[in-house]
Design a protein around this ligand. Structure first.
Ligand code: SAM
Ligand code: SF4
Length: 422
């Protein structure tokens, strides 16, 4: 039923021209944008968390060396096709990139050799990996934003999430990162965990604020059906907080962090001070390197194979490791842009006018948000209210679980899947 409804809505907004499916791809023709960003996927982790939906494998030294050597070949392939393009930012995610600092340094050096790098370089990390040496190396390679996977300051939550670190190490690790020359340190926190009460959430927020980190990102637990937690939830009937409680938790986060001097920078991100904003997903056109990495170029979206052996094989035989591809109609590209601006919770009026100004459906959507008390107008921007931000955060949940789950669950099983309708 909900599927019928969302399919109806997206057909209405985007029109019949768009085929909502990823098709098998062996190679791709690239339409090169003026500005490009880079995403680098590092799939290695020291332990595999049961809730995690990302493409990740256990750290293995030999595999790590083969993987990064393949990535050097992938960079070379793109250099042949794109030439020495300007790259406006680099985001290194995973998995856990902080498990492989030496190889990350090698990749950044190679990128600097081949392309013109400018702008922010961000990296994800696990608290266990943070040492003065790691921080020193990151800064020397030009990394200026670091995210730490804290998840919770409560021992009980960390045990539920089967994290490989204790709460006891967190404050030292955060302090170490804050006293380095990094410009922004972000902490990832998870909420809406089974059995998490409002006082436990309040304690987590209190500790996060006390840490003085410049940015806090609070994710509700997504239960992807293919993760252990997703399966476990189904089998054991693990109860996640009901909608009303989630709403209360979301408002507590919002209210507490604004009171503490943070500004909202996305549906679940809050930032303090003038440093750059840590953000993984909101760049417009980007090239993804690594197994399972996605890319968004004008009019097209494509994805690498999720399989590490196939990724390595393809790159080493001088082919792109692309497995899936979707052509984007101009209407879908514009709505894709709108989706990410709603995620940012701010819609710049001038860009909205350029991207969707003539589209009466998009205009109607923004009007409806105003009427429902979900958005308010400011001179240069339309801004989501707290209520709007909550509903967009729920829509994000739905989007993740509905569309991303469909593609990732197939791509994890089959290195080169057939057509995947979404
Ligand atoms: C790819 S991880 C990178 C951080 C690092 N690997 C770590 O876990 O310490 C990025 C973030 O995604 C979030 N995350 C992972 N799985 C999630 C899930 N099922 N629901 C909500 N957030 C999730 C966690 O907060 C995690 O820190
Ligand atoms: S949450 Fe982070 S450490 Fe845990 S499996 Fe996922 S990527 Fe690895």
């Amino acid at each position: 039923m909900s599927s019928l409804l969302t399919n109806g809505i997206r057909r209405f907004l985007v029109g019949g021209e768009q085929d909502f499916a990823f098709a098998p791809a062996d190679d791709i023709e690239l339409s090169v944008p003026d500005r490009i960003h880079l995403y680098i996927h590092v799939p290695f982790c020291r332990s595999l968390c049961p809730y995690c939906p990302y493409n990740r494998v256990l750290y293995d030294e030999t595999l790590v060396a083969r993987y990064f050597s393949a990535m050097m070949a992938e960079i070379e392939q793109y250099y042949q096709r794109l030439g020495p393009v300007c790259i406006d930012s680099v985001y290194i995610g995973g998995g856990t990139p902080s498990t492989c600092p030496r190889h990350v340094g090698m990749i950044l050096e190679k990128l600097n050799e081949r392309f013109t790098l400018s702008g922010d370089i961000s990296i994800e990390s696990n608290p266990n990996d943070i040492t003065p040496q790691l921080l020193h190396s990151l800064v020397s390679w030009g990394v200026n934003l670091l995210s730490i996977g804290v998840q919770s300051f409560e021992e009980e939550n960390l045990r539920f999430l089967e994290r490989d670190h204790t709460a006891g190490i967190l404050h030292d690790k955060i302090e170490m990162a804050l006293s380095s020359s990094l410009e922004t340190v972000n902490l990832d926190l998870m909420f809406a965990l089974p059995h998490q009460g409002s006082s436990a959430l309040a304690r987590d927020l209190e500790q996060a604020i006390a840490s003085q980190a410049q940015q806090l990102t609070t994710y509700p637990l997504f239960c992807f059906p293919y993760t252990t937690v997703g399966r476990w939830r189904k089998l054991q009937g693990v109860q996640l907080p009901p909608l009303i409680k989630r709403k209360k938790m979301y408002h507590t986060i919002h209210h507490t962090l604004l009171e503490a001097g943070y500004d909202r920078v996305s549906v679940w991100g809050f930032k303090k001070g003038d440093g750059p904003r840590y953000s993984s997903v909101t760049r417009e056109h980007y090239l993804g390197l690594g197994a399972g990495a996605a890319s968004h170029f004008p009019g097209q979206m494509f994805m690498n194979t999720f399989s590490l052996p196939e990724y390595i094989h393809r790159c080493n035989t001088h082919r792109l490791p692309v497995a899936l591809d979707m052509k984007l109609s101009p209407a879908l590209s514009s709505y894709y842009w709108l989706y990410w601006r709603l995620y940012d919770t701010y819609l710049p009026r001038d860009t909205f006018a350029t991207m969707l100004g003539q589209d009466w459906k998009a205009q109607g959507l923004i009007k409806a948000l105003h009427l429902l008390g979900m958005a308010k107008s400011k001179p240069d921007v339309v801004e989501l209210t707290q209520r709007g931000s909550f509903w967009v955060h729920l829509a994000q949940n739905y989007f993740f679980l509905h569309y991303i789950n469909r593609v990732w669950s197939v791509a994890r099983k089959m290195p080169f899947p057939g057509r995947i309708s979404i």
